[in-house]
Design a protein around this ligand. Structure first.
Ligand code: PHB
Length: 388
């Protein structure tokens, strides 16, 4: 009897200890493409998350931060199943990551039902943040950059354009927002090409684009595909025709830029981040990131992950470690800080990111290719959202 009592007491103590432990830990579950076509996004974001924790410690408001990373291969069904498991079994308090739009959209209902804050660190379709009140975005939207490059094209004597985008939601967003601004400024869109997302062969589309004899091709391909696009553009001799490449900066991704060769020099894009961004915060970030990752250069996905962790840390500080979903979201709304990309904030109305968009030109600097920023549009909200 005594032994039984003791064991009950021991079990109760063990239970108490576990729940005390549980309370002392905040779990963050990330769903990222660590394999497959979008792998570079997973590598960039997970490396940035680790770096943030290395530089800022793994304890916030007295709680230990534990990050769980699941490889979703950029497949929505896989992400949905794994995020559900993380919420139900691992009892994560916050989720995040989401390398592509279809994955983010698949997580919306889960975040809403379980009241779990979900930090969009990569995906860029405007509509995502409308799909759950628990979504907060630290990445970007395609219209943010596409509208600005359209305005630049209008002002720089580009009159005829063929658009070429990956055939899924962010491509449609990029295409529509570019066309709206470009045609309003008197430009003409000669053809609208959509390239399959998986294993893209750009050659036939480039041929069709060249045949239309535009001043420029407006391109959106997701991070990871820019190298293939530029290679096929040069292989077909399009760099010699005077047809320019313009677009959001995904196509001259910092991750791949150095491998693109001199043909890419002079390409003008609009984007949220360049590894060459001139600020003390960015210099320190790039140096630390390279040091921790065998010289890998951070790209715009890395800053989405780094800032996503910052948002989580600062929200926890504000709630004093309380992980209640509604309290965390309230704490995140309106937050402002200096990112390696420049000043950013979370729009308190839409939970979407407000950030500078820079116009950049590819140049060789100290032997390496960089997107060199030469004009800044400050505090840009998602124009896609404004339209709806
Ligand atoms: C997206 O799927 O939303 C996405 C992915 C990669 C990018 C941009 C957008 O570079």
């Amino acid at each position: 009897m005594k032994a039984k009592l003791l064991s009950v007491a021991a079990a109760a103590a063990a239970l108490l200890a576990t729940s005390a432990n549980a309370q002392q830990t905040v779990k963050v579950g990330l769903s990222l493409p660590m394999t497959g076509q979008q792998q570079s996004t997973g590598v960039q974001i997970s490396s940035a998350v680790k770096l943030y924790m290395q530089l800022h410690g793994d304890t916030v408001a007295g709680k230990k931060i534990e990050v769980i990373i699941k490889d979703d291969g950029a497949v929505p069904d896989t992400a949905k199943r794994q995020v559900q498991e993380m919420i139900v079994n691992d009892k994560v308090d916050i989720v995040g990551g989401f390398g592509v739009t279809p994955v983010a959209l698949a997580i919306g209902p889960l975040a809403t039902q379980s009241k779990t804050p979900a930090v969009i660190m990569a995906a860029g379709t405007s509509i995502i943040t409308e799909r759950s009140p628990y979504f907060v975005r630290t990445s970007f939207t395609l219209p943010q950059s596409s509208v600005i490059i359209a305005g630049w094209a209008v002002e720089n004597n580009i009159k005829k354009v063929v658009t070429l985008v990956s055939d899924y939601a962010p491509g449609a967003d990029a295409q529509a927002s570019f066309k709206g601004r470009f045609t309003a400024g008197g430009g003409q869109v000669l053809d609208e090409l959509k390239v399959p997302l998986a294993s893209p062969d750009f050659a036939p589309f480039l041929q069709r684009a060249a045949d239309a004899k535009p001043d420029a091709i407006f391109v959106f391909v997701p991070s990871g595909q820019g190298g293939t696009f530029m290679k096929q553009f040069t292989e077909r001799g399009l760099d010699k025709t005077g047809i320019k490449v313009i677009g959001p900066g995904d196509v001259t991704d910092d991750d791949l830029l150095n491998g693109m060769g001199d043909a890419v020099i002079g390409t003008v894009t609009a984007h949220l981040y360049s590894a060459d961004h001139q600020s003390a915060a960015n210099k320190a970030f790039v140096e630390a990131f390279k040091k921790a990752n065998k010289g890998l250069r951070p790209n715009f996905m890395a800053v989405g992950g780094y800032d996503g962790m910052h948002l989580i840390y600062e929200a926890l500080k504000k709630t004093n470690g309380d992980t209640d979903g509604d309290k965390l979201i309230a704490a995140m709304k309106g937050m402002k800080w200096e990112s390696p990309r420049g000043p950013i904030s979370i729009d308190p109305e839409t939970r979407d990111i407000v950030q500078n968009i820079y116009i950049r030109r590819v140049e060789r600097k100290n032997g390496e290719l960089y997107n060199v920023e030469f004009a800044t549009f400050e505090a840009v909200k998602d124009p896609g959202r404004a339209k709806k």
